[in-house]
Design a protein around this ligand. Structure first.
Ligand code: NAD
Length: 665
């Protein structure tokens, strides 16, 4: 059976043979055994409803085993035989080109070179799922292959509920992930309802099919690290030979060494999982791999002396590195952390002085004891960081819930007022005021032909557009424009592509729309194949997350989620090809609401109308909210946009003299 036939078949007609688990695969951590006996029966019933009755006897035993051993039912037996990667768009069986583009993006998210735990359908972040099980994948691909441009596929947390009649202008797919009744959004609710097979954690770009490998995060991390150094160095000083210490070489965190190299410093990145560290090393994302901590110390000291630009992966626990560097008096200029603390109890954070294997055992067999170890470790972790910051290190929270979880663990991490954290998040200090409030965010595109030449052409188009905009852009955004032009000029040399031919580029509303229009023209002229546009959810408008994307909203509204919901609804009727809205993503289940979109540019005038309408709204919705929250940069940006766009009328805040209030209370 060829690829097209296999896709069109969906769930196979004949029960496939049971499969051996691939030896070298990076397996998802075993999940907590949380279901009661009755709930386990329910989980099995839920899983078996995908299959004909005759198979139930055999599959029930196997699925019960999966549930028992891994805490979830992945249905490994149904992993397709064909290779998983983003094929050129014309290789997909499809009646709708838009649906074919979505199939391509789904396969990219599950490509073993891209995905963290491909056999468990996890793209990144330890639990960022595209689907809950392989039956959902098979059914979804079949629906996409057979749907027309007058239907919409509804995705309920990985489960394809079905095709519903709609219209050409509607999204082809509407995705919801982990949408819960608010009172059922505690971490254990995810464990339970995910084990039951009725919800999933879609992270951001995992469950929305918009992940483009670690490149997506390299750009944001580069901007962050560069500006973190700018905060503490004189303009005459260079970053060479200065240390950036952090942790994690997983899906997203794996971008840190590359970003550090682009920013021009010494990056030390601790990673407890040898497989994850080696994968990044083999992919060329980190320069050196070190296993011995004394060797690490001497390598860093020589790097400092010789003012080197180098990235080092240390296989071990980050807490040991902070403590050792403190003892050895290694000066750390910039510090952060990207362990998966949004998911602290089931493998996101490995406690110090417990081996990787032992931790994995404890997660399953002794979860309460494991939780204690994690919290002890966080207290030590924070204490050591405090020693460094006392010497001058600039530490920022990189949106992984480090400060939040450390505070919950009772670490000495609170500011004197007892309300704020002692350290800022990267959004409060850097990305919020410098990027999001002006509308700059992680715009991205994928060349569906799969040809590197197409990507080169789009890089050049984007650079030319940005250079043109830069000529007339105001002083306030010159630095951002400049950094982004440098980024796109060097993007190819930095070899960022893993998986599909994709590119990320921070751009504002004007930049995104102009670049997209130029791409659509190039498609129409036959210079390149169709292009998928999208963005990370981690953006101006898509995400309400009080400890991350909206941490620089200070009017009390950062605990609301109206912006993200408005955004996904607004994008859906303004021309998105698919939209998604998720609970969780980044900082954890229940802690954030985030959404995104995908849009196919096929060179038609309809695509041009859609991109203009939707991209404008997608960015300006967020700037409007940020300006209403009195953010200075957003006020500047939205007033400028209203001058350019007479149809845009946004409510502006009147600023109050604070003295007036002080006199009252
Ligand atoms: N700020 C942002 O823009 C942004 C973007 C993406 C992800 N994140 C957040 O960053 C975190 C990491 O994301 P990811 O996709 O890389 O997750 P991941 O799970 O793929 O990687 C985290 C890595 O940290 C390692 N690790 C855990 N505890 C450790 C310890 N004590 N010492 C050394 N290594 C340890 C794990 O083995 C894992 O490989 C997540 O919480 C995610 O939500 C932030």
């Amino acid at each position: 059976m060829n690829f097209k036939e296999a896709i069109l078949q969906g769930i196979p007609n004949i029960l496939p043979q049971k499969k051996e688990y691939p030896k070298d695969a990076n397996r998802a951590p075993k999940r907590k055994d949380i279901l009661t006996k009755e709930e386990k029966k329910l989980a099995l019933q839920n899983a078996l409803r995908y299959f004909p009755k005759e198979w139930h006897k055999e599959l029930a035993v196997e699925f019960a085993q999966e549930l028992n051993e891994f805490g979830r039912i992945y249905m490994y037996r149904f992993i397709p035989e064909y290779k998983m990667y983003a094929r050129p768009i014309e290789e997909y069986p499809a009646k709708s080109k838009q649906a074919a583009a979505i199939m391509l993006m789904i396969q990219n998210n599950l490509n073993p070179a891209v995905a963290q735990h491909p056999n468990e359908l996890i793209t990144y972040g330890g639990n960022g799922a595209v689907f809950q099980n392989w039956a959902q994948y098979l059914l979804t691909m079949k629906y996409l292959a057979t749907m027309t441009d007058e239907q919409t596929l509804n995705m309920y947390s990985g489960h394809p509920m079905g095709l519903f009649p709609s219209s050409k202008d509607s999204p082809r797919v509407v995705v919801t992930n982990g949408m819960m009744i608010p009172n059922y959004s505690k971490p254990d609710d995810w464990e339970k309802f995910n084990a039951l097979g009725v919800t999933q954690y879609g992270q951001m770009t995992a469950g929305s099919y918009m992940y483009i490998g670690p490149q997506g995060i390299v750009h944001g991390t580069t901007i962050t690290v560069m500006n973190a150094f700018r905060k503490i160095l004189d303009s005459s000083e260079t970053t060479a030979g200065k240390v950036f210490l952090t942790a994690g070489l997983g899906g997203m965190s794996g971008a840190q060494p590359k970003a550090g190299n682009i920013a021009g410093c010494i990056t030390v990145c601790a990673e407890i999982n040898p497989k994850a560290a080696r994968k990044r090393y083999e992919q060329g994302w980190v320069d050196v791999l070190i296993e011995d901590i004394d060797e690490l110390v001497s390598r860093v000291k020589s790097g400092q002396k010789n003012k080197e630009i180098i990235s080092i992966a240390f296989i071990g626990n980050i807490v040991n590195v902070w403590e050792k560097f403190d003892k050895e008096n290694i000066y750390v200029h910039v510090g952060s952390d990207q362990t998966s603390l949004h998911n602290p109890w089931s493998g996101g954070y490995y406690p110090v002085d417990v081996s990787f294997e032992e931790s994995n055992r404890m997660i399953k067999e002794a979860p309460d004891e494991f939780k204690k170890k994690v919290q002890e470790s966080l207290r030590r972790h924070a204490a050591s960081i405090n020693n460094h910051t006392a010497k001058g290190t600039y530490f920022f929270d990189y949106g992984n819930a480090f400060l939040l979880e450390a505070s919950r663990a009772g670490a000495d991490i609170m500011a004197e007022n007892g309300i704020d954290f002692r350290y800022s998040s990267y959004v409060q200090d850097i990305l919020g005021p410098m990027c999001f409030d002006y509308g700059f965010g992680p715009f991205r595109w994928v060349c569906t032909s799969g040809k590197p030449e197409d990507l080169d052409i789009t890089d050049n188009i984007a650079m030319t557009v940005l250079q043109e905009i830069m000529e007339n852009s105001p002083e306030e955004i010159q630095l951002q424009m400049n950094d982004n032009i440098t980024w796109i000029r060097e993007a190819k040399t930095n070899k960022l592509v893993v998986g599909s031919q994709a590119r990320i580029l921070y751009a504002d509303a004007e930049g995104r729309a102009k670049i997209a229009k130029a791409f659509n023209d190039a498609v129409a002229e036959g210079k390149i194949g169709p292009v998928v546009l999208g963005r990370d959810h981690h953006d101006v408008s898509g995400t309400d997350s009080p400890y991350r994307e909206t941490s620089n909203i200070y009017d009390g509204s950062k605990f609301t989620a109206d912006m993200a919901i408005q955004n996904v609804i607004g994008d859906s009727f303004r021309g998105a090809t698919w939209v998604s809205i998720h609970n969780g993503g980044g900082v954890g289940w229940g802690e954030v609401t985030n959404g995104g979109f995908g849009m196919l540019l096929d060179g038609t005038p309809e695509a041009e109308a859609r991109l203009k309408n939707m991209l404008f709204y997608d960015v300006n919705n967020g700037i409007a909210r940020r300006s209403w929250a009195r953010n200075k940069e957003a006020l500047f940006a939205i007033k400028r946009e209203m001058e350019r766009s007479p149809n845009l009328k946004v409510t502006l805040p009147n600023l109050v003299n604070e003295k007036l209030l002080e006199d009252l209370y």
